[in-house]
Design a binder for this molecule. Structure first.
Ligand SMILES: [Zn+2]
Length: 516
């Protein structure tokens, strides 16, 4: 590429820029792989990079050609910190094919410009290409960057307060640890995909329809931001402050929101399927019937949780279901609240079974128990009773007992949520008892004939009488016109006791349902 004398010869594809821009370990490897040589041996010749398709987008056929300002570079490209906006503005280059003058011209190429600490307040750079620019500590407040291409730029400590970044491309950005300020910025339709913007301030910003797929926006302040219709699929927003933020219609599928503050945030019509909300504050969060929380949470379905902490996924699942239960109840969706209650109990059941299996694998508990009894027995007699009580408590608290009690609760009443199960069990109990009674015999109180399978009565009548007796015993009505004989008396005792218990359970389950 020829550069006229006295003009800036900056080519966006020059090796120097690429190397500094792709300073990441991974990117360097990628570059080395693509070039096929060691990075230090590669010349600054553009031809070496032709094979890199994604680097072609940086503008292979473009050279700067603005007037030289310092060190062979124009004012935009020179390595000088804290440039003044008047200098930058004067050096704007109108496109070759139009006669339109600065600053109204569009689609200006400003690839790889060096704007560290530059003052760019209120500057008009809409639809310009600024790929690979250095923007650390720059002041972009009140600037117009609408539709600008800012992909692959370097951020950190940038102030974009009240800036217009609508439809701007902010993809693949690597921001340093310094906070970027996007407060009150207009970011409608902006594309933040694959970017890293931790610790940034988005308070009061308008992010409607923004794309934040795979973006790292953890520990950010989104308070009072409007994020309606945004694509936040797989985004990383851990520990961010989303107080009073509006997320209507947003897609947060598989987004990581662990430890976020979502107080009073609006998630109506949003999709939170498979999102990771462990330890997030959901108080006063606003959802509606179209808000998708998914049937099962991420932590229950995943086998290997990728999030960094040591908490087992099932523990997190219990937490999430409990939080969802409260959330749906607060928002007035009792059937959803019931669903999450059942899921919570189901995960607890799974967890206790897991522990039971673990317990069976480790026998250290048994000697500990023996030691416990030993120490208790050896101590003064007054302690023996307490020791026995403690030991029985330990036995009852054994994971196996817990697992079994969960299992019974699940099978009998679906953790106290299904009256139909109680009714079904009751009917089954009555029928089974009715089949058993004639084996021992039932006696009419007035007559002397005993109803058994071997009596002269037809089998249907035996069954009808027995069923009547069984129902009357179950409901503890007992008119006294029938009485069991033999071991049937024992069965009648068990049946009336079970009947009373199941009736009480039915009342409990029905009353529970009414309180959701
Ligand atoms: Zn230049």
């Amino acid at each position: 590429m020829e550069t006229p004398d006295g003009k800036c010869g900056f080519s966006p594809a020059s090796f120097e820029m690429l190397r500094e821009n792709f300073n990441d370990e991974v990117e360097t490897d990628r570059l080395r792989e693509a070039v096929g040589k060691d990075i230090n041996e590669v010349s600054s010749n553009w031809a070496d990079f032709k094979s890199l398709t994604d680097l072609d987008e940086l503008g292979a056929e473009y050279t700067c050609c603005r007037d030289i300002w310092k060190n062979g570079r124009c004012v935009w490209h020179a390595r000088e910190n804290g440039k003044d906006r008047m200098f930058l503005h004067r050096a704007r280059q109108p496109p070759k094919d139009t006669k339109v003058r600065a600053p109204q011209h569009r689609f200006e190429r400003l690839d790889g410009v060096y704007l560290k600490g530059a003052d760019l307040r209120g500057i008009h750079l809409s639809n310009c290409t600024l790929t690979g620019a250095w923007l650390q500590d720059a002041d972009l407040s009140d600037s117009d960057l609408h539709g600008a291409d800012l992909s692959n730029t370097l951020w950190g400590g940038v102030s974009a307060r009240n800036a217009n970044l609508g439809n701007a491309s902010l993809t693949n950005i690597r921001a340093g640890s310094d906070e970027n300020d996007f407060s009150d910025a207009y970011l409608v339709g902006a594309d933040f995909s694959d970017s890293r913007f931790p610790h940034s301030n988005f308070s009061g910003a308008t992010l409607t329809g923004a794309k934040m797929q795979n973006a790292n926006i953890s520990d950010c302040d989104f308070s009072e931001a409007s994020v309606g219709g945004a694509n936040l699929v797989c985004s990383l927003m851990n520990s961010s402050d989303l107080t009073d933020a509006d997320f209507p219609n947003s897609d947060l599928t598989e987004a990581s929101l662990e430890g976020c503050n979502l107080t009073r945030a609006d998630f109506r019509d949003a999709c939170l399927k498979d999102s990771k909300l462990y330890k997030a504050t959901l108080a006063g969060m606003n959802i509606n019937r179209s808000t998708e929380l998914g049937n099962k949470c991420y932590y229950e379905t995943t086998q290997n949780d990728t999030t960094a902490d040591d908490t087992p996924p099932l523990e997190k699942a219990v937490w999430i279901y409990h939080a969802y239960r409260e959330l749906t109840r607060e928002n007035g969706f009792p059937s959803e609240a019931r669903h999450f209650y059942i899921r919570e109990k189901d995960v607890l059941r799974q967890r206790t079974w897991q522990r039971t299996l673990l317990y069976q694998g480790c026998h250290s508990y048994v000697p500990e128990c023996i030691q416990r009894i030993g120490s208790r027995v050896a101590s003064i007699p007054s302690k023996i009773l307490r020791g026995l009580y403690g030991f029985s408590r330990r036995i009852i608290n054994l994971p196996l007992y817990k697992s079994l009690s969960y299992e019974i609760s699940r099978r009998s009443t679906r953790y106290g949520e299904s009256p139909w199960r109680v009714v079904t069990i009751s009917i089954l109990f009555i029928i089974v008892s009715a089949i058993l009674y004639p084996l021992s015999g039932i006696q009419r109180s007035q007559g002397t004939s005993t109803i058994t399978y071997s009596s002269d009565m037809p089998i249907t009548q035996v069954m009808v009488e027995s069923l009547y007796f069984s129902s009357v015993t179950f409901t503890t009505l007992s008119y006294g016109n029938f009485q069991p004989v033999g071991w049937g008396r024992g069965l009648a005792m068990i049946e009336s006791f079970t009947g009373a218990l199941l009736m009480a359970l039915l009342v409990f389950v029905l009353a529970r349902r009414a309180t959701w």
